[in-house]
Design a protein around this ligand. Structure first.
Ligand code: MG
Length: 417
């Protein structure tokens, strides 16, 4: 089995509503690149990467000289061919490699007639549990209400819990002043006393603000406190002064950073992302290092469609040390590009696909439809907020409520709408 062709297609799939975060927003849709790897025996493996557009598609085309004729079974060779760590000064192919690795794992699984989890050690669970991923949202085009006040947030979480069965709630913060978000977080704790919580302001807080916030939530049912501040040293200073476990998907995303975190601990929970780490196999290797040093792991979401979700499900199925439910943006999507539509949540979990390879197939009609939509509407600026276009954050962000800033609507200056 040899690779004969590689195709990358940018798609955009609508979200129920724009999702706000500390840097800006997801503007009501996700932009993703779907990668199809075709072999000389007529098989089609699929991969996925965040973002897209001409430059992403060109980056995959530029890998063809490395990939054409390559045997998808040769996964270690693939990694060194396109992601040699000593060449990483000159290229940045980690995420490209991840997408190609997903497709190769899919091809190998198809060829052998087994699911990806079976190739990589066998599953230890049939379903992967997920947290509800709560965002402050602008109103959706389909009439979905704004999520902004504590009452709206609790109503939104209640609806997600009713529909999908979540018992863990993650609040994506860093949007409003910390005291306001503290009110929101405590409102969730009060509304769902049996459930667990996690807060992630995307590293927007100063160390001192992060310590203050962390102490103010320490009495609640917290899974962990995710990336309250930026950098290993900042996280280490917070960890010394806050009792809640710290988690990250920003400061430990490579083996070198993982080693640094073991030598001088800064975080307790490493959130493994099949794209950021460079593939499912890299995540398994990182998870094994974490297991050795008794660090907890979970599965991070960088905004997935069904192909990437399948990689997260196989990873989640494989991890003996999946201590916390995974994260997914998936329930905010209105549709998917895989055959059969969106994979369902049952009791807060999604079943691990049992078919050969990744166990999901791209629906050609949906791929074409959402590629057309991308051509029609283009990309968006993830690090800009459509509701306040002139605004950008500092790190740490001290501009929540600065009335002198252009583009900051008056009602964002108050701590409580
Ligand atoms: Mg995060």
């Amino acid at each position: 089995m040899r690779i004969r062709d590689v195709r990358a297609t940018t798609v955009t799939v609508p979200l129920e509503a724009p999702l706000r975060h500390s840097n800006g927003a997801h503007w009501g849709r996700f932009v993703r690149t779907i990668v199809e790897v075709e072999t000389d025996d007529g098989r089609l493996g699929v991969g996925e990467m965040g973002g897209g557009g001409e430059s992403a598609e060109a980056a995959f085309r530029a890998l063809k000289p490395y990939l054409l004729g390559h045997d998808p079974f040769d996964l270690t060779a693939l990694q060194f061919k396109i992601m040699n760590p000593t060449a990483s000064l000159y290229n940045n192919r980690t995420q490209l490699h991840a997408a190609i690795e997903f497709a190769c794992l899919d091809l190998v699984g198809q060829k052998l007639g087994v699911p990806v989890y079976q190739l990589l050690g066998g599953k230890v669970r049939d379903r992967v549990p997920f947290a509800s991923y709560l965002f402050f949202r602008y109103p959706g085009e389909g009439g979905e209400p704004e999520v902004r006040t504590p009452e709206q947030l609790v109503a939104h979480a209640s609806e997600l819990k009713r529909r999908h069965g979540f018992t863990v709630h993650k609040l994506k913060g860093g949007v409003f002043p910390p005291d306001y978000e503290l009110d929101c977080y405590r409102a969730l704790a009060e509304a769902f006393p049996q459930d667990r919580l996690r807060y992630d302001p995307n590293a927007a807080l100063s160390v001192e603000e992060a310590v203050r916030f962390g102490r103010a939530i320490a009495d609640l049912n917290n899974d962990y406190y995710e990336d309250p501040t930026w950098g290993l040293n900042g996280m280490r200073r917070v960890r010394e002064r806050v009792a809640v476990p710290l988690a990250t998907n920003t400061v430990v995303v490579s083996f070198e950073q993982l080693a640094a975190n073991i030598l001088q601990p800064a975080v307790d929970v490493v959130l493994l992302d099949t794209t950021f780490w460079g593939g499912v196999r890299a995540c398994l290797k990182a998870a094994a290092v974490c297991e050795t040093f008794q660090l907890s792991v979970s599965v991070h979401s960088s905004g997935e469609l069904g192909v990437q979700l399948a990689t997260m499900l196989h990873l989640g199925a494989l991890l003996p040390n999946l201590v916390f439910p995974a994260d997914a943006h998936y329930h905010h999507l209105t549709d998917d590009i895989i055959v059969g539509g969106k994979l369902p949540y049952v009791d807060g979990a999604i079943a691990v696909p049992a078919g050969p390879g990744l166990g999901v197939q791209v629906d050609p009609e949906k791929l074409a439809r959402y590629a057309d939509l991308y051509r029609e509407v283009g990309g968006y600026m993830y690090d800009r907020d459509p509701g306040r276009p002139e605004w950008y954050p500092l790190v740490p962000n001290t501009r929540w409520a600065d009335p002198s800033l252009p583009g900051l609507p008056l009602d964002e200056r108050v701590t409580r709408p």
